[in-house]
Design a protein around this ligand. Structure first.
Ligand code: ADP
Ligand code: ADP
Length: 226
C-alpha cells in the first residue's frame, strides 16, 4: 500500500530544469534507492519528496494529503515528527556531545531529558558508537560522525527516512556497516527508507531502484553498471 506518492513532479532552478515530470511511489516498509548519473536530479527529487524543496508542479501525497501544498511550518513539523532526514555529511551540532546530538530531536518533540538520553544511548549502541557518547563531533572520525547522524535521524522512529548519499563520505566497510544497521532499524520499525546513491553496492540494499536520467525516470530501469 502506497505511503508516499509523487505524481508529475517538475522542478527548475531558474532556467535549469532538474525534474521533468517524475512519478514515484513508496510503500510502507519499503526501501527505495534513487540512482542515476550525476546531475540527473536525484537530490532534487529526494528534497521534494521530503518536503524540503517545493515542487513547481505535481503532487506529493503522504497519507492522503498533498504536502507540496502545505505551509513551510507544516512541512517543517512533518520533518521533525514523521519524517527523518540524513545527509552525506552528518551535520551534527559541534558544541554538543554525541548523545546530546542524538537526543535533540526527542527533546524538541517534548520528551523528558532522561528518557531522551536513554533512547539516544540505545541508538548510538545500535550504530556501534555508544563508547563515543560523551565525545563532541570534532573528536570523531567522519564515519563515527555519520553513524551518530544516522542514530539522530532514526531516534524519533520516523515513518519515512530520507537519506541523500548517506555513505558517500565513508569507505566501503563503514558504508556497508552503516547500511546494515539502518536497514535493520527500518525493518524493525516497519519504516520506509528512500535513499539517493551512486554506488551499486549501496543500491543493492534497496527493495527497488528508481533510475533517473536527465530529470525523468528511466523506464528501462537499468541502474548502475556493475
Ligand atoms: P544529482 O543529485 O543527481 O546530482 P541534483 O538534483 O543535485 O542532481 O541536480 C539536478 C540539476 O539541477 C543539475 O543540473 C544541477 O546542476 C541543478 N541544480 C541543483 N541544485 C541547484 C541549485 N541550487 N541551483 C541551481 N541549479 C541546481
Ligand atoms: P548532491 O547531488 O550530492 O546533493 P551537489 O554537489 O549536486 O550535491 O550539490 C550540493 C549543493 O549545491 C546543493 O545544495 C545543490 O542544491 C547545490 N547545487 C548543485 N548544483 C548547482 C548549480 N548548478 N548551481 C547552484 N547550486 C547548485
Amino acid at each position: 500500500e502506497a505511503l508516499l506518492t509523487a505524481t508529475g513532479v517538475t522542478k527548475s532552478y531558474g532556467a535549469t530544469p532538474a525534474l521533468r515530470g517524475v512519478d514515484v511511489t513508496v510503500a510502507a516498509g519499503e526501501i527505495v534507492a534513487i540512482t542515476g548519473p550525476s546531475g540527473c536530479g536525484k537530490s532534487t527529487l529526494l528534497h521534494c519528496l521530503a518536503g524540503i524543496l517545493r515542487a513547481d508542479q505535481g503532487s506529493i501525497v503522504y497519507r492522503d494529503q498533498d504536502i507540496n501544498l502545505w505551509s513551510e511550518a507544516s512541512r517543517s513539523r512533518l520533518r521533525r515528527t514523521e519524517f527523518g532526514v540524513l545527509f552525506q555529511f552528518g551535520q551534527l551540532v559541534p558544541e554538543l556531545t554525541a548523545v546530546e546530538n542524538v537526543a535533540l530531536p526527542l527533546l524538541l518533540a517534548g520528551s523528558g531529558r532522561r528518557e531522551a538520553g536513554e533512547a539516544a544511548l540505545g541508538w548510538l549502541d545500535r550504530f556501534g558508537v555508544a563508547d563515543l557518547a560523551e565525545q563532541r563531533p570534532g573528536a570523531m572520525s567522519g564515519g563515527q560522525q555519520q553513524r551518530c547522524a544516522a542514530a539522530r535521524a532514526l531516534v524519533t522512529e520516523p515513518r519515512v527516512i530520507f537519506a541523500d548519499e548517506p555513505t558517500g563520505a565513508l569507505d566501503q566497510l563503514n558504508g556497508e556497516q552503516m547500511m546494515t544497521a539502518m536497514v535493520r532499524a527500518v525493518r524493525e520499525q516497519d519504516s520506509s527508507l528512500v535513499l539517493v546513491t551512486h554506488e551499486a553496492s549501496i543500491a543493492a540494499y534497496a527493495d527497488r531502484e528508481i533510475v533517473l536520467r536527465d530529470g525523468a525516470a528511466d523506464p528501462s530501469g537499468i541502474g548502475i553498471p556493475g
